[in-house]
Design a binder for this molecule. Structure first.
Ligand SMILES: *Cc1c(COP(=O)(O)O)cnc(C)c1O
Length: 469
């Protein structure tokens, strides 16, 4: 399998290069040159298989030519062996037609683990084959750092440094990062804001000599391998509910468009998907796009579903590429316009094509709280605020009542206990594997917002040539 850039001018790459590169050299995102197809017989053959078996089967064509089948099967089984549910991503029935796909059984209680647990292992495998190492550097406001750390901990070929703003993350968020004592994990509490952390990381990547000397890398949300890993749970859920013989709809709480794009990819591969319902919070740029065909930036407002407090949905570019009939120049022009003016639009024909599959729905903060409260009263189930945004969108969607709707449960309620407690009166507890989080030893280095000090810290801890061998 080869991958091409959505902006049409970067070279086509094999899987290992796409994995390590992230963003394409022309600023675009990599997508497969063509979609592998799962026939009706292929889908039927997945019935009764374990999650790891389904996932390996779905992903194998994407890594073909780079990773041997036996190695890949072992890596996939290892990635999902640590999840605390035997089904890895279990389906839970909420009512006659509405289901939840629980994606929070990984180490950090959010769906990003499904992709990142695999990504860390793929990095190790590909880097070992190439005789290389990387230094992963990232900034977090608290939410995504732990998933990256859990992905990279104990990886032979990877060192990871995560910057978070000192005393500005919740205690649970901080401890999920700082109690990982693996020798290749380094937490920095920077005396400053999240923006200062992000600026520092950007400055490191912009220093070409530093970047090359330490082989800097990111595990960010535009990495193709993250999308690839997410396709698997859509296929698994659809098969469990009767695919290829029965269509299914998905409702996806959406920020960066990575998760819902994976659903689009599953459909492109042959899964019968009747509808993709995009749930947004008050940061509703996507809901507005599907209403008007125009992507128009607005200021970010903080909500109780912070992982969706996003204005630019980077992965949307991958869908745009297909809506524009894979015309990289047209995508590049739209993206340049968006960067310049904060707005771009697709044609009415392109919008109509998108609406054959997608629907957008915005949920206010009050409706999100009411949704958590209502489902708790009716069923006893505790929805996290992100999941509630997806469930509210599912309930509002106008689709054939015979089609089952799967809402994606993207975070464990204990990850956002304050909002859940406020809505339901119940304060969710941490699951067993994190129950002793507050007794664990922490390791973190507090550093000033000084780029030279930060660079020296990273240099001294990287095992890439020049660092601690
Ligand atoms: C990251 C995240 C989202 C948004 O997913 P995208 O792939 O960015 O659209 C939604 N909910 C939770 C809990 C998340 O962590």
């Amino acid at each position: 399998m080869r991958y091409i850039s959505t902006r049409g001018t970067a070279p086509a790459l094999a899987f290992d290069d796409v994995l390590l590169t992230g963003l394409a050299r022309d600023g675009g995102l990599y997508v497969p040159e063509s979609w592998p197809v799962l026939s009706a017989a292929d889908l039927r053959a997945l019935r009764g298989k374990t999650y790891a078996e389904v996932a390996a089967t779905v992903m194998r064509p994407f890594v073909a030519g780079t990773i041997a089948d036996a190695d890949f099967d072992r890596i996939v089984a290892d990635a999902y062996g640590g999840f605390d549910h035997r089904a890895v991503t279990p389906l839970v029935q909420l009512d006659q037609r509405l289901w939840l796909l629980e994606l929070f059984h990984g180490p950090t209680l959010a769906f990003k683990d499904v992709a990142l647990q695999l990504l860390g292992r793929l990095f190790d495998h590909v880097l070992a084959a190439r005789g290389e190492r990387v230094t992963v550097v990232g900034a977090t406001s608290g939410d995504t750092g732990s998933a990256a750390i859990e992905a990279c901990r104990d990886r032979d070929r990877v060192d990871i440094v995560i910057l978070h703003p000192h005393e500005r993350t919740s205690a649970v968020q901080r401890r999920q990062m700082t109690t990982v004592l693996s020798s290749n994990v380094h937490n920095v509490a920077l005396t400053g804001t999240f923006d200062d952390c992000q600026d520092a990381v950007k400055a490191m990547f912009n220093d070409a000599a530093f970047r090359d000397a330490l082989n800097l890398s990111a595990v960010n949300s535009i990495n193709w391998a993250r999308i690839m890993a997410q396709i698997a749970y859509y296929v698994a859920a659809a098969v469990a509910l009767g695919a290829p013989d029965r269509p299914v709809a998905f409702a996806v709480p959406t920020g960066n468009f990575g998760n819902v794009y994976a659903a689009y990819a599953a459909r492109a591969m042959g899964v019968p998907v009747a509808k993709l319902i995009i749930g947004t919070n008050s940061n509703d740029i996507l809901a507005r796009f599907f209403a008007s065909g125009a992507m128009e930036m607005a200021p970010v407002v903080p909500t109780i579903s912070p992982s969706m407090d996003i204005q630019v949905s980077s992965n949307f570019e991958r869908l745009l590429f297909d809506l524009m009939d894979r015309d990289g120049a047209a995508v590049a022009a739209s993206m340049a316009e968006f960067r310049g003016s904060g707005r771009f639009a697709v044609s009415q024909g392109q919008l109509a094509r998108a609406l054959e599959l997608f629907a957008g729905h915005r949920t206010s903060e009050a409706e999100t709280m009411a949704t958590m409260s209502r489902w708790h009263r009716g069923t006893g189930y505790l929805l996290d605020p992100h999941t509630a945004v997806g469930v509210a969108a599912a309930e509002a969607a106008d689709i054939d009542p015979s089609v089952p709707v799967v809402a994606l449960a993207c975070a464990h309620p204990a990850k956002f206990p304050d909002a859940v407690a406020q809505a339901t009166g119940v304060r969710p507890g941490l699951p067993p594997h994190l129950a002793d989080l507050f007794e664990r030893e922490e390791r973190v280095t507090v550093l000033p917002n000084d780029i030279e000090v930060l660079k020296e810290f990273v240099r001294a801890r990287s095992r890439v040539a020049g660092g601690r061998a």
